[in-house]
Design a protein around this ligand. Structure first.
Ligand SMILES: NC(=O)C1=CN([C@@H]2O[C@H](COP(=O)(O)OP(=O)(O)OC[C@H]3O[C@@H](n4cnc5c(N)ncnc54)[C@H](OP(=O)(O)O)[C@@H]3O)[C@@H](O)[C@H]2O)C=CC1
Ligand SMILES: N[C@@H](CC=O)C(=O)O
Length: 376
């Protein structure tokens, strides 16, 4: 049986769903000859770890308790039935993760799984890479940081997986890697890469107010913790940057043209998430409704589009024919058209659910299974 020891960082919607998938797939994985040994789980304030990380694990009862405590909105420090496991608070929890990485990285191997929405994990991930660990990410921030951070994180390609950073559970990164490694250069990617904005656009088209559908998107688990990350275009820009860098473009966020759906005075530095959701959003209803109606008079719909071609990398709203590939999208589906030498006239198209905790966590789980050959 191959054993994959792992530490999960981030226990929100995606992280908890990942733990639930791990528990429910135990017998499937056992039939495949793999066991996922969860040695630690952290949230923003605490880390719970197995008593002996070389041998033991957080058993499924503890993992279920972790999910229960976190869904109640509490901190991991509130865990009670811990058995021999221990809880550490930050900043000690960060040092502890690095200690475990140095114990396991080069012996049994260790996967650091980042399901946070934070830049704070970048340091730990880089240290993990130096210590021989694998890294698996749903979090887009590490790969959209500086080029120096990016180069370090991707310095051992066999040891990194980040499928869920673009398209949630869709096979976007692996498909692009396969095309590139076969020597077929990709010259253009066009897509609708935001589950939230896809859902928002199609619901507004159906006559619902923006303020209402953004709240629904949040409760369905599509949005980032702060939905302004989606509405500002920043989340799509991060996906665009990850794709552009995958294609070999040496660019930073500053090279991407980004269209925001809200004005600067509603930004995170000016109002809280609650104030934005309860007071700010409603002020945007009329403008978007008018834009949707205007597009409809021309037989068109609005879609938030990502375009990468040559040195161009833009994300923003476009008016598109209703019956185009992007225009036909409904709900949280993403679509991505890839043009290369082999796919020059007709693009290779990837389409399907592009957001949601279930599909995203399934993508992360598949990534973990995909590195099993590096473990004994
Ligand atoms: N939802 C989706 O459809 C998709 C999400 N993703 C990505 O998945 C990631 C997770 O999303 P989601 O689960 O919705 O986010 P949540 O906000 O629900 O969860 C984030 C978790 O990260 C924890 N956290 C924050 N900072 C740290 C830190 N420094 N160390 C350890 N844990 C930390 C938070 O702790 P605490 O509980 O204490 O606040 C929380 O448990 C995001 O990066 C998102 O972009 C990617 C594709 C699709
Ligand atoms: N907030 C994102 C989640 C996936 O990356 C989206 O809406 O697409």
């Amino acid at each position: 049986m191959k054993i994959i020891p792992l530490i999960l960082m981030g226990c929100g919607g995606v992280g908890r769903q990942l733990l639930q998938h791990i528990i429910s797939c135990r017998s499937l994985h056992s039939n495949l000859g793999v066991h996922l040994r969860v040695v630690g789980v952290s949230d923003s304030k605490s880390l719970v770890i197995a008593s002996d990380v070389k041998q033991k694990e957080l058993d499924d009862n503890i993992l279920a308790e972790v999910c229960r405590v976190k869904s109640d909105g509490s901190s991991l420090s509130k865990l009670t039935s811990l058995g021999e496991s221990q809880v550490f608070s930050s900043p000690e929890s960060r040092t502890k993760v690095v200690d475990i990485a140095s114990i396991l990285g080069k012996s049994t191997g260790l996967a650091l799984v980042d399901c946070t929405a934070s830049s704070e994990t970048i340091g730990v991930l880089k240290e993990g890479v130096n210590l021989g660990c694998c890294i698996v990410m749903a979090n887009k921030k590490p790969l959209t940081s500086t080029l120096e951070d990016y180069d370090k994180l991707v310095s051992h390609l066999r040891r990194i997986r980040h499928e869920s950073t673009v398209g949630a559970g869709l096979p976007v990164i692996s498909t692009i890697n396969r095309i590139i490694s076969s020597g077929d250069p990709i010259h253009r990617i066009v897509g609708s890469l935001s589950g939230t904005l896809g859902y928002v656009m199609s619901e507004v088209e159906d006559g619902k107010p923006l303020s209402q559908v953004v709240k629904s998107a949040k409760s369905l688990g599509y949005t980032e913790p702060d939905p302004r990350d989606d509405l500002s275009g920043m989340d799509v820009a991060r996906k665009a940057l990850i794709l552009a860098r995958l294609l070999g473009r040496r660019i930073d966020m500053g090279s991407i043209r980004i269209e925001s759906l809200y004005p600067e005075e509603m930004g995170p530095n000016k109002m809280s998430v609650e104030d934005f959701l309860n007071g700010g959003l409603v002020k945007l209803d009329n403008n978007i409704e008018e834009r949707v109606k205007k597009a409809s008079l021309n037989g068109n719909v609005l879609r938030y589009v990502c375009m990468i071609e040559g040195s161009r990398c833009d994300v923003g709203i476009q008016e598109l024919p209703k019956n185009s590939a992007l225009g036909r999208l409904r709900g949280s589906d993403n679509v991505l058209e890839i043009y290369s030498r082999c796919y020059s006239e007709q693009p290779l198209v990837i389409q399907g659910a592009g957001a949601g905790n279930d599909t995203t966590a399934a993508g992360v789980l598949a990534d973990i299974l995909d590195i099993q050959d590096l473990f004994t």
